[in-house]
Design a protein around this ligand. Structure first.
Ligand SMILES: Cc1cc2nc3c(=O)[nH]c(=O)nc-3n(C[C@H](O)[C@H](O)[C@H](O)COP(=O)(O)O)c2cc1C
Length: 330
């Protein structure tokens, strides 16, 4: 099944194996692409198992920067380096998507000198606490509109840089996930409370991004669908959210964890988020990507065959070894 071609929105991929975003923090201090980074992605695009690379999370504004040397898509000056990156990935017939992110309360304020912001003034329940662990400022409605337009502008830059699509990051306890999770969203206005309200910003971001990139361009959302924590978001919520995303015209749902981030404590079996991905896959028609714990091609194939997802992400194995499973043809 791995070699069955697949259409994701406006483009086709040659294999169902995806390199999900894995931050390498090899950029310059101001977030520009480096030669080292180009080499790193070029080596992974040369792996014949890989159909698509979603490059590492890139910040849409300085306020949303998560780490030093993180990749930036916050300025038009970033487009030149990103263009070189997509060209190298494309040379091997591999599709490229950009992951656009705002870190919210997980931002590295000590490096940027800016205040951390979030849906509410709640310290993240992640273990360990991300960012500087400072209580964030609550975003006003005007500031939310600014975040939305920053997402749209970043997506426009990704398109100009030659990416085949853009992935909006709403997982792993970053800003959009902070709006989605009831653990971090305590707002009493229309952006908080019910699940529909906690998804309002997602709808608005998707509409603004769509408006910027046009109809014929692929939009994915990485959905931190379930927190796996008491009082947090549930698999049921993730199914509802996936339907909302599909309704808004999203082309791909990339399933991952919420406040638990990309790891599920006590689990390292292949596809540890598969209960969630399967529930989502059964509820939507658009492709679903499952990542987490997949170490060999045979496991990826088994998950595809059992209907856990349409695409399989392989993160840490490809991080460690650009030639992952190249001698193991399935
Ligand atoms: C070092 C490292 C950096 C990561 N960076 C990102 C990132 O930038 N964006 C993202 O959505 N997930 C990120 N992840 C999560 C991965 O995409 C993936 O979901 C996770 O590694 C689980 O998959 P795996 O078991 O195949 O490694 C990162 C994971 C690791 C280990």
């Amino acid at each position: 099944m791995i070699r069955n071609k697949m259409k994701i929105g406006s483009f086709n991929i040659r294999s169902r194996i995806v390199m999900p975003p894995v931050a390498t923090y090899q950029s310059t201090a101001d977030g520009k692409v480096t030669e080292q980074m180009i080499r790193y992605y070029k080596e992974r695009a040369a792996n014949s198992n890989v159909g698509m690379i979603i490059t590492e999370h890139s910040y849409i504004s300085l306020q949303g920067k998560a780490k030093e040397k993180q990749l930036s898509v916050s300025s038009d000056d970033d487009i030149e380096g990103l263009t070189r990156l997509t060209e190298e990935i494309h040379k091997n017939g591999v599709a490229a998507m950009a992951q656009v992110n705002h870190a919210g309360s997980a931002a590295l304020t000590s490096a940027t000198g800016m205040k951390a912001v979030s849906a509410s003034n709640v310290i993240l329940p992640t273990d360990p606490v991300m960012g500087d662990g400072i209580e964030p400022d609550v975003l006003s409605k005007d500031e939310i509109q600014k975040v939305i337009s920053d997402f749209a502008a970043a997506a426009g830059r990704a398109k100009k840089a030659g990416y085949d699509g853009v992935e909006i990051h709403s997982a792993h306890a970053y800003l959009l996930n902070q709006f989605y999770s009831p653990l971090t969203n305590k707002r009493t206005d229309e952006y908080g409370g019910s699940l529909d309200n906690r998804l309002r910003i997602h709808r608005e971001v998707i509409r603004a991004v769509r408006n910027e990139v046009g109809e014929d361009y692929t939009i994915a959302v990485r959905l931190g669908g379930c927190d796996y924590m008491d009082g947090g978001s549930t698999i049921e919520d993730s199914v509802y959210a996936a339907r909302v995303l599909e309704e808004e015209g999203v082309d791909l749902i990339d399933v991952s964890g919420g406040m638990c981030r990309y790891i599920l404590k006590g689990h390292d079996e292949p596809g540890y988020f598969r209960e969630m991905s399967m529930a989502i896959k059964n509820a939507v028609k658009i492709p679903v990507l499952l990542t987490g714990g997949i170490k060999i091609l045979a496991d990826a194939d088994a998950l595809l065959n059992e209907g856990a997802a349409d695409l399989i992400g392989v993160g840490r194995e490809l991080l460690k070894d650009a030639k992952w499973e190249v001698c193991n043809v399935l």
